[in-house]
Design a binder for this molecule. Sequence first.
Ligand code: PGA
Length: 232
Amino acid sequence: MLIAGNWKMYKGPGETREFCAAFAPPDGVDVVLCPPFGSLGAGVASGHTIYAQNVHWADEGAFTGEVSTKILLELGVRGAIVGHSERRQYFGETDETVARRTVAALGHGLKVIACVGESAEERESGQTELVLRLQVESVADAAGTHSNLVLAYEPVWAIGTGKTATPEIAQEAHALIKSLLDVPVLYGGSVKPENAEELLSQPGVDGALVGGASLDVESFTAICQAAARFHS
Ligand code: PGA
């Protein structure tokens, strides 16, 4: 099981150091923290496994506001999230750019968590399967089943809303995703200590991508402990 904490645009270096010093992940679960760019160095220095929240496909160049795999590797960062729905929604990320970021990062030895998920409108209009198919196939065509690749199913309507997918909805989506690309699939969207065990108990759920509840040491530790109970 993999539990990833996506801190989004929270926690500067000071708060990162504080969190990391207080956080002791349980045995039997892989845990990664994804601080914002300015806090990556502080995270790496703590000894915890650190991923970035995005990475560019070019080795270097005139790409203001972006960061390369080479820079991340030099910092000691081990992986990156790509294609988070907030990137897709607010920063023009497309299936094509997600695929390019994924391929470049994997090619340079970074681990990748590539995010997919349907919006509320897409689900209500019966397009969930189509949307997931397009998003996953774009990554699958570009990268295939790479051992450093993990997908995250994050229904957009469940992110930061307190609405969690039912275990049945998650399981159904995970099964579809795995039938298109056979890699581990994390669930993301309002994962909390209270619902983690139920979601993680689904056979197709291989871990979680946690936003809000990863900002607090106690709640993130509780989620990691729930995951550790499924270690076999
Ligand atoms: P949330 O965010 O847990 O706050 O819903 C999940 C995510 O965006 O990765």
